[in-house]
Design a protein around this ligand. Structure first.
Ligand code: NAD
Ligand code: SER
Length: 324
């Protein structure tokens, strides 16, 4: 095999990030060299774009065989239980989020894999962290099982890098907003649901209160950040736990106002549920200066640009983009 050729396995390829990341990686590396895998049936947008295998990442032997059989050199591990689902099944969230990562790191060590990607989250921060411009290095005491698992995962990534030389890289994604695939059980999912309801019904009842500010990012920025991090020379990666990453910060009232500029009749109401407590434990904005300095990170989408693009893609522009 050509030594510079990469054979990539994406685990959790049918999820909110996995679909778009797999398609982007196939653009770069070619369809056949990017193997998509998931517990679920193949996502409709992946069909015909490259190989697909059913995989339970909790089955280490099966994963190991797959890595050897397909000459895998890089793994993107996206399978996880997210924050809201995690609070309903804490034991399951801990088990899946931790064990999947250990399986991948162990196989990377044993097989000498070239590079691993595993995402962390702003959920590593808890109520004792600064809430505004939360820095890379600060008090980290997460209060959700999802955040605890992400924080422990970050420590494992740094450990496997330092102790065994595994080139594992990670980003603390903010809440991600996308139109191609559905979100999978997070606290920030409202920022995707609101678009679908605005277009279908002209109204939305939000499960977070109006002034709940959270860090957010549009999916094209998140995919570009992931690829830029993975393409960076190893000498530029100074954070081996997980990089803070930032683009925008808004509240439900703020995004509703931005949508109303396109759909003037859109109405939002509020019925906060258990997810409010999760959101209240997280930062409102993030300081990502290490990512900017080390490998040149810069977001392209702010709130108005993201809202215009979401509505254009979900509704073909008929939601009133002439009002921008
Ligand atoms: P998702 O829930 O949409 O997708 C996860 C995928 O993993 C699903 O398709 C699911 O079927 C699959 N999966 C679950 N268990 C599996 C198993 N045992 N074996 C194989 N596949 C399995 O999640 P996502 O939003 O795409 O998130 C991907 C990663 O990014 C996760 O680690 C998540 O914590 C992280 N993240 C996401 C966000 C966000 O806003 N979406 C923010 C921060 C971090
Ligand atoms: N968007 C994710 C969630 O809400 C944050 O990691 O769970």
């Amino acid at each position: 095999m050509n030594p510079s050729r990469q054979r990539i396995l994406v685990i959790g390829a049918c999820g909110q990030i996995g679909v778009e990341l797999t398609l982007a990686l196939r653009q770069i590396h070619g369809g056949n060299d990017v193997i998509a895998s998931d517990l679920r049936d193949e996502h409709v947008l992946l069909r015909g774009t490259g190989p697909y295998v059913g995989l339970d990442v909790m089955n280490k032997e099966m994963l190991h065989v797959l890595v050897i059989r397909h000459n895998i050199t890089q793994i993107y591990l996206l399978a996880a239980i997210l924050s809201a689902t995690g609070e309903k099944s804490p034991g399951l969230a801990w088990h899946i989020n931790m064990q999947s990562l250990i399986h991948v790191l162990e196989i990377a060590k044993e097989e000498g894999l070239h590079r691993i990607y595993w995402p962390s989250s702003i959920a590593v921060f808890g109520p004792s962290s600064p809430r505004q411009s939360t820095p890379q290095h600060t008090t980290i005491e997460p209060s959700t099982v999802y955040g605890i698992s992400k924080f422990a995962g970050e420590r494992w990534c740094e450990y496997y890098h330092r102790k065994f030389g595994v080139d594992v890289r990670s980003l603390r994604y903010p809440g991600l907003i996308s139109y191609k695939s559905e979100p999978g059980g997070g606290t920030t999912d409202y920022a995707v649901e609101i678009f679908h309801q605005a277009i279908r019904q002209g109204s939305y009842t939000c499960f977070l209160g109006p002034e709940t500010f959270l860090p957010m990012m549009y999916m094209p920025d998140a995919i570009r950040a992931t690829i830029e991090l993975m393409q960076a020379d190893p000498s530029r990666i100074t954070v081996r736990s997980s990089y803070n990453l930032s683009a925008m910060s808004f509240s439900p009232a703020g995004i509703a106002e931005a949508i109303q500029k396109h759909i003037p009749g859109f109405r939002i109401s509020y019925a906060a549920d258990y997810r409010q407590q999760i959101a209240d434990s997280w930062p409102q904005s993030i300081d990502d200066r290490e990512a900017r300095q080390d490998w040149g990170w810069k977001p392209r989408y702010d709130l108005p640009a993201m809202v215009a693009d979401m509505l254009k893609n979900l509704d073909g522009g008929s939601a009133g983009s002439q009002n921008v």
